[in-house]
Design a protein around this ligand. Structure first.
Ligand code: GLC
Ligand code: CA
Length: 526
């Protein structure tokens, strides 16, 4: 496992909306460079930057037109190089976003592929052999190109699927995954990976990583084999490069495909979703971190613990505060509730990812769609740095911003939150610092549930530390005898402090007469 990931804490940057350095209303790479000191000071030592490649931006850059060129609106390849250098000077690693499953319909490969005459790119995408044939179970497009065929899509209409082959080809136009044309697609993607790693990036977040081989077996052995092959080559040359998959199936992504990290995504009803966005299922919001105390930690543990146990030797589950596809976590949780969510996020094993602006509790806004964002658009608004109309995002007139600024009177800003020792920002910074300081809290540190019951505090062990969370408004008690016994089973002595001060506390947490007393909305680390 890659050494630097053990203490990695990621910060996701949506480049459009982070910091505009040249006053055109849209964020850019020099803007990110300006803010590296801020990121470092917050405690984050790694970045994931959403696609910054040349694109017609019909899916905010996930429709890549040229994998090797920075989009003009963000700057130049020289700026990219300077960002890697400036980040490294500060001990910050940088992951880019790799989109291997599809390109933009404007990519030169696709333009060639759609021509009538056969050429090098004819089979780079998945084409049928007749202008009106459908592709069972897959979206497809006809009528756009001179070629006599229809082509498969991977996501939006503008995103034709790259050809990594079919697991069990059964039509004359379907290629097997070892067909030379499909191997050429793989090699082309390795070439893109090498290009950026050579320039200085430290790895990739991989978009729709499970989508490569079509009509794959249920265990995705075809797609996993493609990744093994890609990593087999790349890791020889770049052993420190890290890859995190958008897959949300760590048993496959970490154990079979060979990723270093796999995102625990916000899928309705899964363990992560029950912590903070339970309302997405449509019923009453029973998110675990809502103070009403209707949440139930067992819904999370039932999903998470078996996955963690099955994969902990192979790689890391990556927890997110949110991302550019989810509603912001502030949508249904108050700052006080969020402090406890972050206490969990920064004390679980695996690797934490913080979405830009979540450290100050930026709001989810109800906005019309922009660049294929739809309901995701409201999580992509400009970062709020300072007080004032432009909030330090840009010198452009706010009406010219990429997306509107949060108009609320009390819109949080870095400036305000930094000045307040009780802010969400201050809590996240403290938790981040604690995780850097305590080796056992980091990605590979030991984790065990001591108490995971409905209506009781969630109590767990990280190495020789005890963590306890009570998100409800009721005072709760944790018998220390129970903790001592759990530690003893592992051959550990639970040596809790005589003084009532925990190493880290949120809310009221004190030790009295053999119990850890957890006040309303509290967290303790002993
Ligand atoms: C991933 C990205 C999302 C994008 C889609 C298609 O889910 O996170 O933003 O629209 O893939 O590339
Ligand atoms: Ca700009």
């Amino acid at each position: 496992m890659i050494e630097w990931l053990k203490d990695a804490q990621f910060y996701e940057i949506y480049p459009q909306s982070f910091r505009d350095s040249n006053g055109d209303g849209i964020g850019d790479i020099p803007g990110i460079i300006e803010k590296l000191d801020y990121i470092k000071d917050l405690g984050m030592n790694a970045l994931w930057i959403n696609p910054w490649y040349d694109s017609p931006f019909k899916d905010a850059g996930y429709d890549v037109r040229d994998y090797k060129k920075v989009a003009e609106r963000y700057g130049t390849n020289e700026d990219a190089k300077r960002l890697f250098e400036e980040a490294h000077k500060r001990g910050i690693h940088v992951l880019l976003d790799l989109v291997p499953g599809h390109t933009s319909e404007e990519h030169a490969w696709f333009q060639e592929s759609g021509k009538e005459e056969r050429n090098e790119y004819s089979d780079r995408y998945i084409w049928t052999d007749f202008w009106i044939s459908g592709i069972a179970g897959h979206p497809y497009i006809g009528g756009e190109c001179p070629r006599n065929g229809t082509y498969m899509l991977n996501f939006f209409k503008c995103q034709p699927a790259l050809n990594y082959g079919f697991r069990h080809p059964d039509q004359p136009w379907q290629k097997g995954m070892e067909d030379p044309a499909c191997l050429a697609t793989r090699e082309a993607m390795k070439d893109v990976i090498r290009f950026w790693l050579h320039m200085g990036c430290d790895g990739f977040r991989v978009d729709m990583a499970d989508s490569l081989v079509k009509d794959d077996d249920p265990d995705k052995n075809g797609t996993c084999a493609v990744w093994k092959d890609i990593f087999g080559d790349i890791r020889k040359e770049f052993p420190e490069a890290a890859f995190v998959s958008e897959w949300s199936n760590p048993e496959l992504a970490l154990k079979e495909a060979g990723f270093d990290m796999d995102f625990y995504l916000d899928h309705v009803g899964n363990g992560y979703n029950t912590l903070v966005r339970d309302y997405e299922a449509g019923g009453e919001d029973r998110s675990y971190f809502k103070s009403e105390g209707k949440g139930d930690i067992t819904r999370f543990l039932k999903d998470y613990v078996p996955k963690y146990q099955a994969t902990k030797e192979k790689g890391y589950i990556a927890f997110i505060s949110g991302n550019h596809d989810t509603p912001r976590v502030k949508r249904n949780l108050s700052e006080d509730e969020l402090k406890l969510f972050y206490a969990l996020l920064y004390t679980l094993p695996g690797v934490p990812f913080l979405y830009y602006g979540d450290e100050i509790g930026m709001n989810y806004l109800d906005l019309p769609t922009k660049e294929g964002g739809y309901t995701r658009t409201g999580s992509r608004t400009p970062m709020q740095w300072e007080e004032g109309e432009q909030k330090g995002f840009s010198s452009a007139a706010p009406g010219d911003f990429y997306l509107p600024m949060d108009p609320s009177e009390d819109a949080p800003t870095v400036e305000k939150q930094k000045a307040d020792p009780a802010s969400l920002y201050a809590t996240i910074k403290a938790l981040s610092g604690l995780r850097h300081d305590l080796r056992e809290l980091q990605a590979d540190g030991d984790f065990a549930v001591i108490q995971g019951k409905e209506n009781e505090p969630f109590v767990y062990r990280r190495g020789s530390y005890l963590c306890a969370i009570n998100p409800s408004m009721e005072e709760k008690r944790v018998p220390l005898k129970m903790v001592e016994e759990a530690f003893a089973k592992e051959g550990l002595h639970f040596d809790y402090p005589v003084s009532p001060a925990p190493l880290c506390g949120i809310g009221k947490a004190v030790i009295t007469q053999g119990t850890l007393l957890l006040g309303a909305r509290s967290f303790a680390l002993l």
